[in-house]
Design a protein. Structure first.
Length: 90
């Protein structure tokens, strides 16, 4: 059971995730409107733990892979044609 370790928030990520987190974020799963991936990731970058893992479903979302490759702090590997697994180094 992951209850105490995982918090699932439903709703518009631009609202539900806009806050200071008590602990750094270790795992971020992006799945939703792909046009928001870059905006949500940029918003949460200050909250990511060193070596945080980011998993994006539908990683072909507009601008997402370009955003990752443009910055040295992301190391990313595609998994299949739609999923991208990324390691964040602060």
């Amino acid at each position: 059971m992951l209850g105490p370790q995982v918090e699932i928030l439903e709703g518009d990520a631009r609202r539900t995730l806009r806050r200071r987190w008590p602990e750094p974020i270790d795992l971020l799963f992006l799945d939703g409107p792909g046009g928001l991936y870059v905006e949500v990731l940029a918003m949460l970058e200050p909250e990511l733990a060193d070596a945080a893992v980011i998993v994006a479903d539908n990683a072909e979302a507009p601008g997402y892979r370009d955003y990752l490759t443009a910055q040295e702090r992301f190391v990313s590997v595609p998994v299949g044609s739609r999923v991208e697994v990324t390691l964040f180094a602060s």
